[in-house]
Design a protein around this ligand. Sequence first.
Ligand SMILES: Cc1ncc(C[n+]2csc(CCOP(=O)(O)OP(=O)(O)O)c2C)c(N)n1
Length: 361
Amino acid sequence: MSIETPVRAQGDLRVIDEEGQLIDPNSLPEITNEKLTQLMERMLFTRLWDERAIKWTRQGKLGFYAPVSGQEAAMIGSEAALSPDDFILPSYRDVPQAVWHGWPLYQAFLYSFGHQQGNQIPEGVHTLPPQIIIGAQVVQAAGVAMAFKLRKEKRVALAYIGDGGTSQGDFYEGMNVAGVYRLPLILMIQNNQFAISVPVEKQTAVKELAKKAEAAGIEGKRVDGMDVLAVYKAVQEAVQKAKAGGGPTMIEALTFRYGPHTMSGDDPGRYRTKELEHDWRARDPLVRFRKFLQSKGLWTEEAEQRVEAKAKEEVQASLDQANKYPAMTLASLANHMYGKMPRELARQVAGSGLNADSGVK
Ligand SMILES: Cc1ncc(C[n+]2csc(CCOP(=O)(O)OP(=O)(O)O)c2C)c(N)n1
């Protein structure tokens, strides 16, 4: 089965084609050369980290892991268009964006172990922990954006959501509030075309997910999610608009995950053809952006090797650091549930041997 190439549909925002050529010389976003190379460094680092994480999960060194390869342009391009002061609300797959927004990498591995410290976001890092409940982050993001508006802070909230997530009630509730109050919110849909095994056409009857924005009276646009510059440009414009008081934007980035939904037993071979995967790999975001940078003299073989070496070292060092972190205790499961622990729970914790030494791995 060979799919239609919807990324070429009219109205889709594209900046470079599969050969790394500018589609229109005037379409480049406002971006410095330094930022251009940073986008490549981060996408490459993320690809290598993903490959390691997949292997480590198979070897039993990690717990929960949701692969990201294929989605780097949508992930890295969108985060890079924000300021550190802006707030992101990731889903379980959006760990790279949280890390590039300031979340220490070793904590991402703790999150993968299921360790509660993995969800402890350091002071000054403006992200929530990855959301497991599909769609819930959209309502939370509307709340964060409402706070920015009430405090008259020039900041935006950006919530990441998958194609399947756009069928959830929380998605509609969050976008509705954002539309009514003209909140500084960006809803970033990563349409990787499958919600686990369910193809997008079986999740919703609308042809373009960005059209859902119309129901809330907000602007929606679809971009080529394998083109990091198109994603960067769309988010940059949405940020400028929101900070100027222009309200929310919904962006649909059309993309593809090469790997399984998560490493917990999903087999994409049961619901996707090899041809479909091949078609999407031909649009690989790293390959085409590398060609673009090379044509501008901004990327070399040495740069590639330097980033690879750095990624291997930092990813390994972060895993080692996570492994050295003190194990969770049974008592710690109850520690952060309440401001003041109810007497009955305190009694159980104190009297049951669930104290500091009863480590749980
Ligand atoms: C409220 C809720 N329902 C069901 C699930 C189980 N679940 C986990 S991931 C997933 C599919 C989500 O697909 P999509 O939104 O397209 O995101 P993707 O994983 O493709 O990034 C489902 C149904 C859940 N986590 N939360």
